[in-house]
Design a protein around this ligand. Structure first.
Ligand SMILES: NC(=O)CC[C@H](N)C(=O)O
Length: 305
């Protein structure tokens, strides 16, 4: 049987020399306060066991990893109709790029860049009376933590510095690809990004991606198995913005990153891995997080190819 615990502990050792590398996200003032040098990792197996190592009690905001949950809730409600408003292609540009959105008439390349997630939030906003409550309900069920909540300081800080995200949303509105009040949808989007959890909770929450759509914590079928295959394919091609190719090459798993330094990675049929370390590379992905996943893929022989 695989000794996950000792592999995770070796991973913590492996990344020690690079924990000071990279920079914390400073375009969101509340995130700029995160300290370099922190690292945590967890594995949630398909059979429901959780293993973790490093700063396991540290809480961080989910940031762009929330885009996976936003897409999940939107797919539950819209199915394939959602793809009329957002594409399925890798963007090859930064997560907050505006130029491509203008060239492509307000249809974002995919749901994992900011514009794509914001338009997906707009779609959800049209169907939900209290989007943040529905979102929190899903996180609480899927992590098993009924107290899980939003870091209001981070949400507020993001809202106060929303210029680029607001520009994207208004651009989409000018092209007719936005149905609700921009400011209200942005507030929901920032609240989704500011949901706060630990690394084990993150792994549990996204366990449905490695388990045919069934969350190992809640035992609920979150999405049908077919949609999970599609979602994992999109994560493989677009989950790490313009570094998706490099991540695919080095790690060989579908994944999604966020500017808090969080990343989830999926080995279908085996487990979901969550990792957190706030030092980011130039693209906005966790330096130690990617190195840890690369090491784990090698140790566990888990690349999907
Ligand atoms: N890449 C990210 O994690 C970006 C999310 C962040 N909340 C933003 O909108 O800018």
């Amino acid at each position: 049987m695989t000794d996950y615990q000792s592999i995770l502990e070796r991973t913590v050792q492996h990344v020690q020399p690079i924990l000071q590398h990279g920079k914390v996200a400073d375009y969101i003032p509340a995130l700029a306060e995160q300290q370099l040098g922190q690292f945590a990792i967890a594995i949630q197996t398909q059979t429901g066991e959780t293993y973790s190592a490093g700063a396991c009690d540290a809480k961080f905001t989910v940031q762009s990893v929330s885009k996976v949950m936003t897409l999940t809730l939107a797919l539950q409600r819209y199915g394939d109709d959602l793809w009329q408003r957002v594409g399925k292609e890798p963007s090859g540009t930064a997560f907050n790029s505006l130029t491509q959105l203008e060239f492509e008439n307000g249809i974002p390349r995919n749901p994992f860049i900011n514009a794509g997630a914001i338009v997906t939030c707009d779609a959800l906003y049209s169907r939900l009376s209290a989007p943040i409550h529905t979102m929190l309900e899903s996180y609480r069920l899927q992590t098993g933590n009924p107290k899980l909540g939003v870091n209001k300081v981070v949400a507020q800080s993001e809202y106060e510095h929303r210029y680029r995200n607001a520009a994207m949303a208004y651009l989409m509105k000018s092209f007719g690809n936005f149905n609700n009040e921009v400011e209200e949808v942005l507030w929901s989007y920032f609240n989704f990004c500011a949901i706060e959890l630990t690394v084990s909770e993150l792994a549990k929450c996204f366990s449905y991606l490695s388990n045919g759509g069934v969350c190992t914590q809640s035992q609920q079928q979150v999405l049908p198995a077919k949609q999970i295959k599609q979602l994992n394919s999109l994560l493989f091609t677009s989950g790490l913005y313009d570094a998706a190719g490099d991540f695919g090459y080095r790690v060989g798993m579908p994944g999604k990153s966020g500017v808090s330094g969080a990343i989830i990675a999926v080995v279908p049929g085996r487990f979901t891995i969550a990792v957190w370390s706030p030092g980011l590379d130039k693209v906005g992905n966790s330096v130690a997080g990617i190195a840890a996943l690369e090491f784990l893929a090698e140790e566990l022989g888990t690349a999907i190819f």
